[in-house]
Ligand binder design. Structure first.
Ligand code: ADP
Ligand code: ASP
Ligand code: MG
Length: 416
């Protein structure tokens, strides 16, 4: 007997037929004698619809009420799955975030899980009931409903697995594992049997949305055994194994590629300040007000000084925070002392990730040359120990990902 968490994403829960198929899959694990907690997403598209309602109601909506509205999608699917399980003879009940409760910070719309009370839940599992838990939602101090940020059901699942000391956390989605890049963009992408926590964390943070970044960080910290697999393959047959997220010591050298994966992110915006004076403290005068406004800056380029003793500074912020960033910078113009403020949202960030980079020279050079040969201009660069990111014109995103995938020898051999 094992204790397992099964998580089903939006496409896996999209409609009653899909929910029935999920129920069959859960039943199989329950029939095998396992204790099963299921974490579910809202039906595909539902959270977007609910977010749209909030925006329509007021552009300056209260984040506390936004959380009440957008967490509703998961409430519906958790109840529906419990009904579908009961209909096939599996004892089941739903546990809403506030009922367990799942305690979070009060950072509405992107709250962090602090603690999960599993007492009642474990008693219910021990009595043979399946627990169905809506992902994405929690409860902050003052008994206010919170949500965990978009894609947050992955984090709910990993946090549940850690709190319940589950043997595994299986994330079912609409692809059968983690690929070398988004298989919807590059049909030749290859499924990875295993990927390290560290690489998955980096891939998720630079745009591979197959897992929410926080869920991977939590899995790494809590040592949760996470597997990504498809809910769309036959529930009764021996389904293809998915991708296991593992510690680095579990991957042998034979399996190791120079680059493990490639990701892209079209949600960045580029900001440039021209003629900033080239003196100590001037860069701080730009980024301190942005930090005070809680705006995340990602890539930064400072050009060499002009003969006039000034320099241009370029950086990126999430597109969703661009308007606020521009406002902050305009207000700080006198103290920063720039000439003009420019921005561009038609950019995208393409990143290569792999632990192999640590021990091999020339990985970045191959990236720059491959893009250069295709006439793709690089506007900014950022690196970490196991990642190189470049900012390019948005229209070239798919081409860049494809040519890099080929350049690093990642294309599947049997693909056309
Ligand atoms: P869910 O609703 O199940 O949470 P998501 O849409 O959040 O599903 O994540 C699954 C999607 O992630 C896939 O459909 C795929 O297009 C995308 N994706 C991006 N990068 C990758 C990758 N490297 N491997 C697999 N899928 C990826
Ligand atoms: N329903 C939420 C979203 O669309 C959470 C999730 O699916 O993970 O962001
Ligand atoms: Mg998701």
């Amino acid at each position: 007997m094992a204790r397992i968490v099964m998580k089903f994403g939006g496409t896996s829960m999209a409609g009653i037929e899909r929910i029935r198929s999920v129920a069959q899959r859960v039943k199989r694990e329950h029939d095998a004698g396992n204790e099963v907690a299921v974490v579910v997403s809202a039906m595909a598209g539902e959270t977007d619809r609910l977010v749209g309602f909030c925006r329509e109601a007021s552009s300056l909506y209260d984040p506390k009420e936004y959380d009440v509205v957008v967490s509703a999608g998961e409430q519906i699917t958790s109840g529906l799955l419990a009904i579908a399980l009961q209909a096939i003879g599996v004892p089941a009940r739903s546990w809403l975030g506030w009922q367990l409760p799942i305690r979070t910070s009060d950072g509405h719309a992107s709250a962090r899980i602090a603690d999960i009370d599993t007492t009642a839940l474990l008693a219910s599992l021990a009595a043979g009931e399946v627990a169905v838990i809506p992902g994405f939602q929690g409860l902050a101090a003052g008994e206010r409903v919170t949500t965990l940020g978009r894609g947050g059901s992955d984090t709910s699942a990993v946090a549940m697995a850690a709190a319940m000391k589950a043997d595994r956390c299986d994330i079912y989605t609409d692809v059968d594992g983690v690929y070398t890049t988004d298989p919807r963009i590059v049909p030749r992408a290859r499924k990875l049997k295993r990927v390290t926590y560290e690489e998955m964390l980096e891939l998720a943070s630079v745009g591979a949305k197959v897992l929410q970044t926080r869920s991977v960080g939590l899995a790494m910290k809590e040592n949760v055994r996470v597997q990504v697999l498809s809910s769309f393959v036959d529930a009764d047959g021996d389904s293809e194994p998915g991708t296991l997220i593992v510690g680095e010591e579990e991957i042998d050298d034979m399996e190791r590629q120079l680059i493990t994966g490639i990701a892209h992110d079209k949600n960045e915006a580029k900001v440039t300040l021209t003629a900033v004076s080239d003196r100590p403290g001037s860069v701080a005068s730009i980024f301190t007000p942005l930090a005070d406004a809680n705006i995340n800056v990602d890539m930064i380029v400072q050009n060499i000084a002009h003969s006039t003793g000034s320099t241009d500074v370029t950086f990126t912020v999430p597109q969703a925070e661009l308007a606020r960033a521009l406002d902050v910078l305009e207000k700080a113009q006198a103290s920063i002392g720039y000439t003009s403020l420019m921005h561009d949202t038609r950019v995208s960030k393409v990143s290569i990730v792999g632990v192999g980079m640590r021990s091999h020279a020339g990985v970045a050079a191959t990236m720059f040359k491959t893009l250069g040969d295709r006439g793709i201009n690089i506007q900014a660069i950022a690196t970490s120990e196991i990642k190189v990111s470049v900012l390019i014109e948005e229209d070239y995103t798919e081409l860049a990902v494809r040519v890099l995938h080929t350049a690093y020898g990642l294309d599947a051999e049997d693909a056309a």
